[in-house]
Design a protein around this ligand. Sequence first.
Ligand code: NDP
Length: 335
Amino acid sequence: STEWALAERPVGMPKLSDFQKKTVDVAAPGDGEIQVQNEWMSVDPYMRGRMYDRESYVPPFQIGETMQGGAVGRVTASNHPDYKEGDLVSSMAGWRTAWTAKPEAVMAQKLPDVGLPESAFLGIAGMPGLTAYAGILRVAELKEGDTVFVSGAAGAVGSTVVQIAKIKNCTVIGSAGGQEKCDFVKSLGADHVIDYKAAGGFQGLVKALKEASPKGIDVYFDNVGGDHLTAAIECARPMARFAECGMIAQYNETGQPTGPHNIIQVVGKQLKIQGFIVSTHADMQPAFFKDMAEWISSGQVKYEETVMEGIDKAPDAFLGLFSGANKGKMLVKLG
Ligand code: NDP
């Protein structure tokens, strides 16, 4: 198996030399084990958090050890009664081309045949899709007719949030970096788009957001933090709900990050600001699968993927998340 380990803990923006390629022998499966050839692996922004040596909701990656992450592959040999050769499985044994393990050791699951391509289980029908679904419907308590602001709207989670909010008859404002991405967000049904790179910082974002929502926003789905969050507080209506999904603008920060200077408005506007982690909402998985399969087959939800070819490209794909190289889900195709 060709695998990627962390060579060094990145300081600030990660670079290619922070990663180290290894070749590892893959054993024949022992009792209760399966052998899998990965076909796709995911790179996700949260992996940046695992590169810091600190306590969090997932343990840090260890220097020299193969990293982990979402992957989808086929069973090539099995010594487990529930798995047979050819079965499609998702697992957390990513950043490698092949593996042998007990399924429960790598959170492996057999994937249902719902007529979706394999890669969809790492994106629209996988973790990012469920993040969008749980975040907008449960955490943000979306109601019909809400005015919803979504940052990172051209990404895996954000592009899904935009479309779910449109299905629920909301007015949607999406922000993304650059004209091409804004056109993409518009094509997903967003009523207004903001190119935050052209908007000119916090003041520019507030101006654009006020133009798009003269009466203010009811919901903010935050993928970015920073100026976006500050602008959302500024433009929030009384009792607005904020789903705090991620703050990618801060993941590579080396200095002391500054918080929203207008946080005092949370009191007067009685804002509800809630962070969430997708795994806490695993109980929504069955409803999510059912709704998403329907929405995709009826054409109400579309999804885009940005694919890099080959395990060698995995670090580039990961770095691309921070330069905005992806439209929709960023993936690495293996094999
Ligand atoms: P995306 O597909 O959205 O990829 C990341 C995107 O972030 C880039 O394409 C880029 O888009 C944007 N970006 C990067 N740097 C910045 C910056 N400094 N300011 C503004 N935008 C930036 O990733 P995901 O959909 O996988 O994740 C989106 C967010 O959701 C992340 O914050 C992630 O951590 C979070 N998340 C949280 C989960 C949870 O359980 N809470 C689960 C999954 C994801 P652009 O070109 O528009 O700048």
